[in-house]
Every structure is written in structure tokens, then in C-alpha cells.
Design a protein around this ligand. Sequence first.
Ligand SMILES: Nc1ncnc2c1ncn2[C@@H]1O[C@H](COP(=O)(O)OP(=O)(O)OP(=O)(O)O)[C@@H](O)[C@H]1O
Length: 221
Amino acid sequence: MLKFHQVHKAYTTPQGPLRVLDGVDMDLEKGQSLALMGESGSGKSTLLHLAAGLDLPDAGKITFQGISIATLDEPGRARLRRQSLGLVFQQFHLVPSLNASDNLRLQARLAGRENPSWTRHLVERLGLTGLERRYPEQLSGGQQQRLAIGRALAPRPALLLADEPTGNLDETSAKDVLTLMLELVQESGSALLLVTHSPQVAAPLDRCLKLTRGHLAEPTA
Ligand SMILES: Nc1ncnc2c1ncn2[C@@H]1O[C@H](COP(=O)(O)OP(=O)(O)OP(=O)(O)O)[C@@H](O)[C@H]1O
């Protein structure tokens, strides 16, 4: 469903080009979950941004549901994100002027795929019942992240991309939120690409790959 073939990406820096991805191959099947690990600065977020079509590779090919992302213009890539991708970041990116209920429905509305019974199920499972009228600033960090996960999953996207989604939470909340996210991703039928530093976080996923010096491979230890 998501395929990287010999993907290269470098950034221009004052010291010259910084080669971050140097021939990355990756294949994520429908409904599968994949943890992406690697040292800080190894290029995990870069890879995730490319998968979301937020940036384009210098060379190589990325296809999503059989479509080469580079053949789409920016509005086309934005449409693809709206229709088929859910994004969760360490910063929650909730809309401060919308209450929890409207934040949760936003993505599904934009995708034209509102599903009231699935949304109700998400609210309940995410422990947000009774908090629907609160604004993001009136919620705890854990509640805000659960809301951000609910928003991303409300349209039942083909793929959820998550970049250190529990990085801002304490250890216990992080574990709870992650377990819940994995269960809901399965219920939603979405595939998952999860960036994490933590082997414990990666453990329950179907597969784990590590980025080292621009290459992606099975972790050795
Ligand atoms: N726009 C940019 N211009 C120049 N260099 C960049 C840019 N974005 C990222 N980099 C550099 O590219 C490398 C990879 O960055 P990236 O954010 O993808 O790593 P990461 O593995 O996600 O790191 P972390 O785990 O610390 O979040 C880093 O050395 C970073 O400094």
C-alpha cells in the first residue's frame, strides 16, 4: 500500500549537502503496523514527511495505493492526505477555537466521511465522554493527545502516520495512550507507520525497522 523504492533525500546546509536518506526501500501492506526506529537525527521525521507527501524525494519513488506521489501536484497531495491519511505528532495540533467534539469531527468532515456511530465509539474508547464541550486548553496533555488520535482516526484512514505520539506524556499515560491507539488502529482497519525511540513502544507492532546512516534495515539487537 505504501512503498518506498530507492528513496534519496538530502538537505542543503552551510556545510554542504546533508544526505539523510540514501536509498531507502520500504513496503507497508494494508492494515499492517510498522515501527520506525533510529537515533536522533537519523531521518525518521524526514521519512514520515515524505510518506505524507509533505515533501518530495530527490530521487527514487514513493507510491501510495499504487499512485506515485511525485506525479501529484500540491493540491493533489493535500487531497490524498485528507482522504487517506491520518497524522499524529508529538505536538497535538488541535484547533484551539474548536471544542473537543468539533476537533474530533474535523478530519472526517474534511474527508467527507462522517460516521456518527464510529465517532461515538471513539469518544467513548478514548475516555472523552463528558468532555466534548471543552476546548483543548481545558484538557490535560493525555486527553489532548487522545483527542488528536481520535481526530486522525475519525475518517478511518487507510494509513495513520504517527511521529513520537506519546513523547510529551509521562511513562504511564504514554503506555495507556499507545495501547489504546494500537487497538483503535486495528478496529479502524488502518495501517500504521509509527516513529519511536522506544523499543517497548515498537514491540507490539507487526514489524520494526531501524534507520542507520540513510539505510533502513531490521534492527540487529
Ligand atoms: N529542513 C532541513 N534543512 C536542513 N537540515 C535538516 C532539515 N530538516 C532536518 N534536517 C536534518 O536532517 C537530519 C534528519 O532529521 P530528522 O528530523 O528527519 O531526524 P529524526 O530521526 O526524526 O530526529 P529526532 O529523533 O531527533 O526527531 C538531522 O540531522 C536534521 O538536523
